[in-house]
Design a protein around this ligand. Structure first.
Ligand code: SF4
Length: 341
């Protein structure tokens, strides 16, 4: 069966034609799907014969909801969704003053092997399709009854390690006849795959880019992020500079503060030297502790001290707000619990 959530509007027009319909039927079908319809018979302007063909050959499949935890304090919801083939991914729904945001996963697992991260512990199962990325958003909207105004691709997986599906997903969610989510309302986070940063700047100059740094020297960064051995810090920073030159846009650097590893004053001073003169912003993240990794969080108080130190040296910084504290658990933790069962 064909999963229509994996198809662009153009592909749906081709599908309609292959079923003996004019191309515009594909556009109508696309519109219905992004209104959240899953029953072809509710798509009122489609002819019966087309509906019959669609029912025979196509599905609009949601993901399988395995678990959902909801915060009683701020409305954050964390989902564990099952995929075809037995894998699972996490998705998080968050409420902000400026609107609702969803953090989606791009891969089931991750092969980047960052030492502090629950998502990479068991390696990678497989890439997610564009439709599975779309489904995370649509299924969250269906569950909450609320619309999503921002999407961050920051859950399990390295999005630039699944670039073709990521690119299709961005184009799909941006389609004005579908969800029509603005490019500027999408943020993609990478651990620093340098050649793909350049490609991304070329392909999606309006989409926000976040780069995970987590270390300010090659020695330190390589110890917790193996990718640094392939693309060292200097190359990552140079790629970020090229991104800004090309797009005119600010880069966000993610920095997870790990107690005793990368959170000293000397580390912050080194970070300032690295980023001096760049149009950037540092997002300090008090690490969510994952039992299996042995790393400890620096805590919120230390994160605020680090923020002050960066700001006083001219580097804009914030500490990531902790949403869903009462359903806390690090990114990838729900999935890890499932893998252990
Ligand atoms: S931090 Fe990101 S890139 Fe690193 S292992 Fe985890 S999911 Fe992969």
């Amino acid at each position: 069966m064909i999963n229509l959530r994996d198809m662009t509007q153009k592909e749906m027009s081709g599908l309609a034609q292959s079923m003996g319909q004019p191309a515009f039927r594909g556009k109508q079908l696309f519109g219905w799907i992004y209104k959240g319809k899953r029953d072809f018979r509710e798509m009122k302007n489609l002819p019966g014969v087309f509906i019959q063909s669609l029912e025979e050959k196509c599905v609009i499949d949601p993901l399988t909801l395995l678990e959902c935890r909801e915060s009683q304090t701020d409305g954050t919801k964390k989902y564990l969704f099952g995929l075809d083939g037995g894998s699972a991914v996490e998705t998080v729904f968050m409420k902000y003053k400026y609107g609702n945001s969803v953090c989606i996963s791009s891969q089931a697992g991750c092969r980047m092997g960052c030492a502090f991260c629950a998502s990479g512990i068991d390696g990678i199962d497989r890439n997610l399709t564009a439709g599975e990325m779309i489904s995370q958003i649509m299924d969250v909207e269906a569950d909450t009854g609320e619309s999503v105004g921002h999407v961050v691709v920051m859950g399990t997986g390295e999005p630039f390690d699944n670039y073709d599906n990521l690119a299709k997903f961005i184009r799909l969610i941006n389609d004005k006849d579908g969800k029509n989510l603005g490019m500027r309302n999408i943020t993609v986070s990478t651990c620093g795959l340098v050649p793909v940063i350049d490609r991304f700047a070329e392909d999606f100059p309006q989409v926000n880019l976040a780069i995970s740094l987590h270390g300010t020297t090659d020695e330190r960064r390589s110890a917790i992020m193996p990718i640094n051995k392939k693309y060292p810090l200097r190359e990552v920073i140079d790629a970020a500079r090229r991104y800004t030159e090309k797009t005119g846009r600010r880069v966000t650097f993610e920095y997870a503060l790990i107690h005793g590893e990368n959170d000293s004053n000397a580390d912050m001073d080194s970070l300032c030297r690295l980023l001096r003169g760049m149009i950037c912003h540092v997002n300090l993240i008090p690490l969510n502790q994952v039992e299996d990794t042995g790393f400890k969080s620096s805590g919120r108080h230390r994160a605020e001290e680090c923020m002050d130190r960066l700001e006083s040296r001219g580097i804009p910084a914030t500490v990531r707000r902790q949403l869903g504290a009462d359903i806390d658990g690090a990114c990838g933790q729900l999935r890890l619990e499932k893998l252990k069962k």
